[in-house]
Design a binder for this molecule. Structure first.
Ligand code: SPD
Length: 347
């Protein structure tokens, strides 16, 4: 009789734990995160999962435009995304970004005021600055013997098939516009046409239009010159010391990539927990140290290796940014940019 009671209790216990186990897997929350390639220390994702029990499904994109299409389609239910300035402005206008409850982001206090109240999110309700930087030219000192101080060098026939351009319409058109002394946010047909013509003329000199593969190519010395973002320049210099980065004298793009909660969100509270985690000083430091991009985090920056914290590439002086522009959303004029970009790529 006693034996039967024990067996009975045991089976109840097993049924109960099976029930609990089922609950666990059913209640397991997975946060869908959508970020640029090579733009986070993977250990940080593991640390978040371990601390919170929330799983992360991580997808990557190569351009703001690619990210926008996915979010706008709404089929992939992303909880977190990392767009740039102009794209955040567009997402807010189109209802594709959710307001963030900043009561849940106490670590937001560490974000430098210089990155708040910006035009793309003037009331700081939708985005939390993640990384910032400039667009510039990376060149190999042993392969280029001309001074590199102007976007013009990317049109120099001497470097035919040794030039890598970014496969990103705003960035590439920005270079062509800036080189012609126009705004990189130009909405003047004649200026955009001139930029288009110059990029079509440049096509025979271009080895390839690339994304993250620029890193392997420049480290491996497959090209002499490339258009890159400053943080990637730092990552490449760590691997090949013959690489130098320059902000051309005509001026450049200053970008602010920020964290947003897209309208596709399924787990808003957990998304806010993740944002706050990324803004925690130890995590922001670890992440910045790993990826090399410039942090807007006031405490993390003080902990960086002095070589990185004092790097003019990662943290340029104000005067080097005098001619820099932040991209704005072009509204309906974007159609013109799309048309021109398609024409350029068709050549
Ligand atoms: N590999 C990470 C790339 C992130 C670059 N963001 C720059 C956006 C410029 N508009």
């Amino acid at each position: 009789m006693k034996k039967r009671t024990i067996l009975f209790s045991l089976s109840i216990l097993l049924m109960f734990s099976a029930f609990l186990g089922g609950c666990n897997s059913k209640n397991q929350i997975t946060l869908h995160v959508y970020n640029w390639g090579d733009y986070i220390d993977p250990d940080i994702l593991k640390e978040f999962e371990k601390e919170t029990g929330i799983k992360i499904k991580y997808d990557m994109f190569a351009t703001n435009e690619e990210m926008y299409v996915k979010i706008n389609q709404g089929t992939a239910k992303y909880d977190i995304a990392f767009p740039s300035d102009y794209m955040i402005e567009k997402m807010i206008k189109e209802g594709l970004a959710e307001k963030i409850d900043f009561n849940n982001i106490p670590n937001y206090r560490y974000i430098d005021d210089r990155f708040k109240d910006l035009d793309f999110d003037p009331t700081n309700e939708y985005s939390v600055p993640y990384m910032w930087g400039t667009l510039g030219i990376l060149y190999n000192k042993t392969m280029v013997d001309d001074p590199v101080d102007s976007w013009d060098i990317l049109w120099n026939p001497k470097y035919e098939k040794q030039i890598l351009m970014l496969d990103s319409q705003r960035d590439t058109l920005a270079i062509a516009l800036k080189r012609l002394n126009y705004s990189m946010n130009s909405m003047v047909d004649a200026e955009l046409e001139a930029a288009k013509t110059s990029l079509i003329e440049q096509r025979p000199l271009v080895l390839a239009y690339v994304g993250d593969e620029v890193k392997d190519k420049m480290i491996g010395e497959e090209a002499a010159l490339a258009v890159v973002w400053a943080g990637d320049a730092i990552a490449m210099q760590r691997e090949n010391p013959d690489l130098e980065y320059v902000i051309p004298k005509e001026g450049t793009n200053l970008f602010v990539d920020s964290i947003v909660i897209p309208s596709t969100v399924q787990h808003k509270a957990e998304a806010e927990k993740f944002i706050d985690f990324l803004c925690r000083t130890d995590i922001a430091f670890k992440n910045t140290d790993y990826i090399g991009y410039s942090t807007p985090h006031t405490e993390a920056v003080t902990q960086l290796d002095p070589e990185l914290a004092n790097s003019p590439i990662a943290y340029p002086k104000e005067e080097d940014l005098e001619d820099a522009e932040i991209f704005i959303d072009l509204g309906t004029y974007l159609e013109q940019y799309n048309r021109v970009w398609t024409d350029i790529k068709a050549h």
